[in-house]
Design a protein around this ligand. Sequence first.
Ligand SMILES: [Zn+2]
Length: 118
Amino acid sequence: MGRKSDKLTCYEVQHSIKEYLQEEMSLQDAAAFVKHVRSCPACREELEEYYAFSSALMQLEALEEGEEKGNFFLNIEKRLERTELAAMRFKNDHRARRILYIVMAIVLAAVMGVSMGV
Ligand SMILES: [Zn+2]
């Protein structure tokens, strides 16, 4: 991978599921991957199926070897969130952070206004 655009086709996404789960992708590619999966039910399903399947395999291996491989059993949703968080941190977008603080301040003010008023 490693293209400039973060638009991926379903074919590309479904053929990089393994790469994503094994964390062999650059953060940029992983973020594009997650973005696609978020908005594409077909790829999301494909990912969940692959994940369930490979989790079962890992579990079997772990049992045979008597090992704990806890990390791999992260919920797929947690896994996606982790990529998104990492990508967000990577961008280190102070402007976005400032907007977030402003929004939070507005929400907080609204909540306090509601609870104090009346
Ligand atoms: Zn797709």
